[in-house]
Write a new protein. Sequence first.
Length: 149
Amino acid sequence: MGKTILIVEDEFLVALNLSRTLSTLGFEPIGIAPDAETAMRLASEKPDFALVDVNLRDGETGPTIGKMLAQNYGVAVLFLTANPASLGEGVAGTIGCLSKPVDEIAVETALEFMLDHVNGATSTPPPSIRVFGNDNDQAFSNRSGIKQN
């Protein structure tokens, strides 16, 4: 699996900082999407990963975007949100969420976990990530070739 990543975030400075951090960590940001329309357009570039905020320019569309990215494009999705409770028990097909504000170390450890996860390696999630249930693995495991039980 490659290391291309989509940033779905409507706060420009937050998105720019994330983009720089991701580049430093060896990921290739394919773009910044402040809303659902832009996210779906950039999804056609088939990113490997996505960091998705819940509340965007067009409202609380992040959960729907994350679900679509995971299920329709096989993207490994992690939500970044200041309100993780808004995700309830989780979003089908996605990995989990990381609470904002985040620092570079939290982003790095989250991405290491995501890489291990999609490559089928067993690893313990960092304490900063709330991992959603195992039934959410189906969408992106199909892309990575990981067999599910």
